[in-house]
Design a protein around this ligand. Structure first.
Ligand SMILES: [Zn+2]
Length: 340
């Protein structure tokens, strides 16, 4: 992208770092996560529905009028910022554009770090995270991403806030130097990263069962769904973070028996509803719908990484039915899903 507002090298570095984030599965899955760089008057941000891993090979960034965005945030005016687009690649800015505009640092990096999510789903999370990361971090209670989140952040962050943890959502790190900001993000993620849960499985229960329109997943990493660990079983059908709901649906249906699974599929088919990308059948494990899209597969793998990192000494706080519904009915998200 030829551009007068940014130096050539700073754009190359920005795209390389965006790629590095997108290429790290523990940080970014599918079209999740977003990065931005500001010039004096503009902001370049990842486009809605695009994948950070394509930062180097495709044109996935949108340039916006920064003053106009800042003004809308100041006036608390909800907007999709389509009127502020200055680039002409027919892309729409990220659904999370507003908080990038709110933060005054030159670089804003936002990721759905698996371990940050696993550490930010408890009532005690705010205190636990401050113990681990320091008092200077800002902890933002869960609220729908997009405009409501930005308005809440407006009241919580200070001018020098660089690390923001979003409850049941992810991590934002900001700064004026790209390398330093990227390193701070990795350091924060690494400080929190800890695989806690083991799942012993009884090899004798490795039963084969065919379910119409689904494929039984028997690879090692999916064995977790055959566990008898009550803590894990209690959260399989819950959702922890927005992208989880958007790409896997409101929780993965956990069915007690093959008969229940068949009845469930028949009921959904009768109503002409879309079958969920995944179902779990107790003792038989995970089943993947034959039409599951790549974004759903990445989100499922992300869910596994989170499950391995949940400290069940605390009670996980999952998204409520209302919170799931507001995500599924959010116009901006419907746009994002259609281009995925
Ligand atoms: Zn996010």
């Amino acid at each position: 992208m030829a551009n007068n507002n940014f130096e050539f090298n700073e754009l190359i570095d920005f795209k390389n770092t965006s790629y590095d984030l997108g290429n790290n599965f523990q940080l970014v899955q599918a079209a999740g996560g977003n990065t931005s760089i500001k010039s004096e008057n503009t902001m370049l941000i990842k486009a809605s529905g695009t994948w950070l891993i394509n930062s180097k090979k495709d044109d996935i960034f949108v340039e916006l009028d920064l003053a106009s965005i800042k003004n809308k945030i100041k006036m608390s005016k909800e907007d999709n910022f389509v009127e502020d687009i200055m680039s002409n690649n027919n892309l729409r800015p990220s659904t999370e554009t507003s908080f990038h505009g709110l933060i005054n640092f030159k670089y804003v990096l936002h990721v759905h770090s698996t371990t940050t999510i696993a550490n930010s789903i408890f009532h005690e999370s705010k205190n636990l995270l401050k113990e681990k990361l320091g008092e200077h971090i800002v902890y933002v209670p869960y609220i729908r991403p997009g405009f409501p989140l930005t308005m809440l952040m407006k009241n919580l962050i200070k001018n020098d806030t660089r690390i923001i943890i979003l409850e049941n959502h992810g991590l934002i790190v900001a700064g004026d130097n790209l390398n330093d900001t990227y390193n701070l993000l990795l350091e924060t993620h690494n400080k929190l990263d800890n695989v806690i849960n083991q799942y012993d499985i009884d090899i004798n229960i490795d039963k084969v069962l065919t379910i119409p329109k689904y494929i039984q997943k028997n690879d090692n990493k999916y064995q977790i769904f055959k566990t008898k660990n009550e803590n894990l079983l209690s959260v399989f059908s819950k959702s922890f973070y927005p992208d989880h709901v958007i790409f896997l649906g409101p929780g993965i249906p956990l069915l007690n028996s093959p008969d229940d699974a068949k009845k469930f599929i028949l009921e959904i088919s009768k109503k002409n509803f879309k079958l969920p990308p995944y179902i779990i059948i107790k003792n038989y494990g995970l089943y993947e719908n034959i039409e599951a899209i790549p974004a759903a597969k990445e989100m499922l793998d992300c869910f596994i990484e989170i499950l391995l990192r949940i400290d069940f000494n605390y009670t996980p706080k999952t998204l409520s039915k209302e919170q799931e519904n507001e995500l599924l009915n959010w116009d901006a998200e419907i746009y994002r899903q259609t281009i995925n």
